[in-house]
Write a protein that binds this ligand. Structure first.
Ligand code: NDP
Length: 240
């Protein structure tokens, strides 16, 4: 039977490419999203992938929806924690709400989804968790103390949970994308983006499909010996 995969924020941007790559691998994919119903409907009609709306920062909502997915499709054995938001600003301008919201969604979402799915993976003695971090969690970024802290936290979370999962056949890895041509990056002002691209050795932004291929490998049957690692997919912008 096809393994069941949940991709958070799986209906557009990097998440959309991940959902499609996992479907191509023969997984039963559920693509979660937060509120863009029109986009989710269009995505589902085009791809045949089931979509489900809930807020990954909401602990109870994650437990409830994952339990419903398990009832309908079987244990969730692959989780890709991809949903993420930005609320940028220098420390002087960043509100406490901006800080909390980014931590709640970007880092809290990983905890909530792991809590919901880890027991089923343990029972199945097989699981794959991939957390989408960021180059800005590795290197920091001006105007992003909230986002950089949350993404950096994801890398620590990954290494700690990998140690808990290893003896149950559960691998936990992270991918740290560089700048990828999605809506999130479209929000960056042109003059800032030009400066960013100038610092990328390969001379261009990345494509969502390039991140999805990394996820497809880390969630594959072949990747059982890879755990606690961070795959940096950034065009050489940050070598670590
Ligand atoms: P987008 O903004 O294009 O898409 C974000 C997705 O996450 C959407 O599907 C959105 O749903 C969903 N989402 C947002 N908040 C929540 C929430 N609370 N609960 C559930 N789903 C939510 O993002 P990208 O594709 O650019 O980024 C994907 C991931 O990659 C993020 O974690 C981001 O931080 C990371 N990343 C991106 C980089 C880039 O250059 N683009 C670089 C490094 C990391 P909806 O459609 O309903 O709004």
């Amino acid at each position: 039977m096809a393994r069941v995969a949940v991709v958070t924020g799986g209906t557009r941007g990097i998440g959309e490419a991940i959902s499609l790559a996992l479907k191509e691998q023969g997984r039963t994919v559920i693509a979660n999203y937060a509120g863009n119903d029109e986009r989710a409907r269009e995505f589902s009609e085009r791809t045949g992938i089931t979509t489900m709306k809930w807020d990954v920062g909401d602990h109870e909502a994650c437990l409830e929806h994952c339990s419903r997915i398990t009832e309908d499709h079987g244990h969730i054995q692959i989780v890709v924690n991809n949903a993420g938001i930005t609320r940028d600003g220098t420390l002087a301008k960043m509100s406490f709400d901006d800080w909390n919201e980014v931590m709640r969604v970007n880092l809290g979402g990983c905890f909530n989804m792991a809590k919901a799915c880890f027991p089923g993976m343990r029972e199945a003695k097989w699981g794959r968790i991939v957390n989408i971090g960021s180059i800005n969690g590795q290197a920091g970024q001006y105007g992003q103390v909230n986002y950089a802290a949350a993404k950096s936290g994801i890398h620590g979370f990954t290494k700690a949970l990998a140690q808990e999962g290893a003896r149950f056949g559960i691998t936990v890895n992270a991918i740290a994308p560089g700048y990828i041509d999605t809506d999130m990056v479209a929000a960056v002002p042109d003059e800032v983006l030009t400066k960013i691209v100038a610092k990328i050795p390969v001379g261009r932004l990345g494509h969502a499909e390039e991140i999805a291929r990394g996820v497809a490998f880390l969630t594959s049957e072949d990747a059982g010996f890879v755990t606690g690692s961070t795959m940096s997919l950034n065009g050489g912008q940050h070598m670590y």
